[in-house]
Write a protein of this length. Sequence first.
Length: 197
Amino acid sequence: MAVNRVPVLKRCRSLGMDPIYLGIDKKSNRELRRANRKLSEYGQQLREKQKAKFIYGVLEKPFRNYYAKASKMNGMVGTNLMILLETRLDNVVFRMGFARTRKEARQIVDHQHILVNGKRVQIPSYRVKAGDTIEIREKSKSSQRYKDILEVTAGRMIPAWLEADQENLKGVVKELPTRDEIDVPVNETLIVELYSK
């Protein structure tokens, strides 16, 4: 499996984004030295795509597949793409506060700690639907790991389209998110322009 091993803060700096969107509370003290260089139109489009891929932890081929799926759906392609990325199971686990970062959420799903509607799911890219119940399996609920996670994520805002019961490590997808409810600093219209060339 391909893994991106670039240091997170270095990648955030090069993309010009805040690490808080990844669930990381650190700040980089270094400045980016390319400040006076102007980005071309293609450069801006590519940067937005790289941002979206980096935030959600998706590699190029799956990202292209998401774009193809979004373009076949009704509505605006960019909005559909963001909704598809946001409704990935690993992202929903992160949003509910059951993981500190999306990478950790992905690992939790991989290690079979998650039940969707009572069934074990170990695919991080699994698409959740409105009405799905997501919970940590009974065997794992008592582990120290989740107590530590809940201490860190206790103050985190849970989006309006999700409902989470952090005491019982359980949550419900009330509805699919709208673009306004997705607080990710990505301009999806530039991604659509990049792929439609």
